[in-house]
Design a protein around this ligand. Structure first.
Ligand code: SF4
Length: 386
């Protein structure tokens, strides 16, 4: 698992002068033309060169910091050895550092806020009631620093739409700076029940934008229970309808656990009959972090136990022509009829395999596990293909 945030091992003097996070785009090129260096930070992996003129320097333990200007040189631990050319990092005044963008990855999600109007039983990013709008400011800056050829990025939370008009401004900004980049937003969908907001979202006219919205059950009371918010189901469905009315792309996301697995077929039927026009349905395994760990007794069900319900849901959705995907499941825990829609989906930085997987000949086809699943318990039914 990659450490996306942590502490620097040696602070530069610049940290004592800053109050806000400072963002840097990294370069490993000591021959970068001089006029371009001022806006970049040089990442030193070895001691072969000490180029001048960069705005900042990050030195890994494999390089000596000798010769680098001490007032703008930060020492990093080996856990950040994965940093590379084109990455964007945020350095905080207290000496923390966060990876905001990895140029060699297609799994870049930008956290816009930890605030949310839901309190989902399995939330991986438990909501906080704090003003963290600095994350939005940071996102505006980070977008400007990302390479123009970036294939895709995601916006996540918390609930990104709580920013209202400022969220819409961020979409316009992203479209301007990264016009060829596919954009995926995770939202609980409720803000889109406001038709004016849906209209403003549509008016961004982003060429490649999709919003992923969870619906956990065809039974409104079960959905409201899972998200711990009364009235959520009605508002979310109205949000989906408004988005489609304005021609926007919508993915329905269903996290499967003890509270949702039994109703999977009914939900597949509900979507097929009432929301047939959505662009994709993702049926997803549980990630064992955040509230999911605290509520694990009411959530955990071994995927082997619901594999037939999963097959049935896939069969219903695909027979109606709904594009369907199965995410976050080990390959040996799904029936073979699911394989046409099986996706290796777990983000590279938190994707691992169990010790039982060592002899498996289909490991390269398998999505594996969340690192948190490996740490906190996983299926006892892992069966390597031999
Ligand atoms: S045993 Fe094979 S199929 Fe099962 S989880 Fe491990 S790698 Fe995947």
């Amino acid at each position: 698992m990659l450490m996306l945030s942590g502490r620097v091992v040696r602070k530069s003097d610049v940290l004592s002068d800053i109050k806000e996070p400072r963002l840097y785009s990294l370069s490993t090129n000591p021959y970068l033309p001089l006029p371009l260096r001022g806006k970049k930070a040089f990442l030193a992996r070895d001691s072969s060169s000490v180029p001048t003129g960069f705005g900042h320097y990050f030195v890994l333990p494999t390089a000596s910091s000798e010769g680098f200007p001490p007032d703008k040189t930060t020492g990093l631990g080996l856990e950040f050895d994965y940093f590379g050319d084109g990455d964007v990092v945020s350095l905080l005044p207290d000496g923390r550092i966060r990876s905001l963008f990895r140029a060699n990855s297609n799994h870049n999600s930008i956290l816009l806020t930890e605030q949310c109007n839901h309190y989902c039983l399995m939330c991986s990013q438990p909501p906080k009631r704090v003003d963290d709008s600095w994350l939005l400011t940071e996102a505006f800056e980070a977008i400007k620093m990302m390479p123009r050829e970036t294939k895709e990025i995601g916006f996540t939370g918390g609930e990104p739409t709580i920013y209202g008009d400022d969220f819409i401004k961020l979409l316009h900004h992203t479209k301007s700076w990264l016009p060829q980049t596919s954009l995926h937003v995770l939202s609980n969908g409720r803000a889109f029940a406001d038709e004016a907001f849906s209209k403003a979202y549509a008016q961004v006219e982003h060429p490649d934008l999709m919003v992923g919205i969870p619906i956990y059950s065809a039974d409104a009371s079960v959905h409201d229970y899972v998200v711990q918010s009364k009235g959520a189901f009605d508002e979310t469905v109205r949000g989906v309808l408004n988005l489609k009315r304005y021609g926007q792309r919508v993915e329905i996301r269903v996290v499967i656990h003890k509270q949702t697995c039994e109703g999977l077929s009914e939900l597949a039927n509900f979507i097929s009959r009432n929301l047939l026009f959505v662009d994709q349905v993702a049926l997803m395994g549980l990630e064992h972090i955040g509230f999911a760990r605290a509520n694990i007794d009411s959530l955990w069900v071994d995927p082997i136990e619901y594999k037939d319900q999963l097959s049935e849901a896939v069969k219903i959705l695909t027979s109606y022509g709904v594009r369907t995907a199965v995410y976050n499941h080990p390959l040996c825990l799904v029936n073979s009829d699911v394989l046409p829609v099986y996706v290796k989906s777990i983000s590279d930085w938190k994707n691992e395999f169990a010790k039982e997987c060592a002899p498996c000949v289909r490991k390269s086809e398998c999505g594996g596990f969340f690192s948190s699943g490996i740490r906190n318990g996983y299926s006892q039914s892992i069966t390597p293909f031999l």
